[in-house]
Design a protein around this ligand. Structure first.
Ligand SMILES: [Zn+2]
Length: 232
């Protein structure tokens, strides 16, 4: 048994060079047999890229079959006064927007795709509300929360790639604080009266974390020191 003198990898008896580091092998006891085909492929080939349209067709068929089967089962066998299949079909439609549309609309800017994803969520909420007769919570709770989340997600999606790491951390923290305050406001108003509690705790923690980041951001010496220590 032979080993490469350079990297130590185990060699075939008749190897002319090391398969790992390409060091030539000189073995007077066992000369190289050039008639035997090499153990490793010498031709370099690349895997063909995925055809996005084919994947889109496959996923569409999958979602379509699931939704259709549930609607048929619901109508024929398990009605019991509730169109539950509408929720499944709505979930399939939402997943279709999330996963298939990015494959079909590849030239569209990602922020528009995120907007369509958020609209799909709103549509799904509406389907659930219609299926369970929940019109009141849809208008007074779900849609205001959806609206707040959408504004924050679209804002961060647009602004984050343009900013430095420190600014991104501050923007994410600030957005979380605003979102939590909005969330508690929506929930409290739905339940009957606004009494801010847990969102204020989140806000205090968020602002406490943002202040040192803000100081580092606008003090060049501190910023250089942090960059040097954390390698960014
Ligand atoms: Zn080697």
């Amino acid at each position: 048994m032979s080993y490469c003198v350079n990297c130590g990898v185990e060699l075939d008896k008749d190897a002319a060079k090391c398969p790992l580091c390409q060091t030539p092998v000189v073995n007077p006891v066992c000369p190289v047999d050039t008639t035997i085909p090499p153990n490793f492929p010498v031709e370099r080939r690349e895997v063909e890229p995925v055809n996005h349209r084919e994947v889109a067709v496959l996923l569409s068929a999958l979602y379509g079959v699931v939704g259709l089967c549930c609607v048929v089962l619901n109508l024929l066998f398990w009605w019991r006064g509730m169109p539950w299949s509408a929720i499944v079909a709505g979930a399939c439609a939402m997943l279709w927007v999330w996963t298939v549309l990015p494959l079909l609309l590849r030239s569209l800017h990602s922020i528009f795709l995120v907007g369509l994803d958020l609209l799909a969520v709103a549509g799904f909420l509406w389907v659930i509300a219609m299926a369970v007769h929940g019109g009141s919570w849809l208008g007074r709770l779900a849609l205001p929360i959806w609206w707040g989340c959408s504004v924050v997600i679209l804002f961060l999606w647009y602004i984050l790639p343009l900013r430095s790491i420190l600014s991104r951390c501050m923007l994410v923290l600030g957005s979380c604080v605003v979102l939590m305050l909005w969330l508690e406001l929506c929930i409290d108003l739905f339940l009957g009266g606004y009494r801010p509690m847990w969102s204020l705790v989140v806000a205090v923690v968020g602002v406490t974390l943002m202040v040192p980041l803000l100081i580092i951001r606008y003090r060049p010496d501190l910023r250089r020191e942090v960059r040097r220590r954390f390698h960014f």
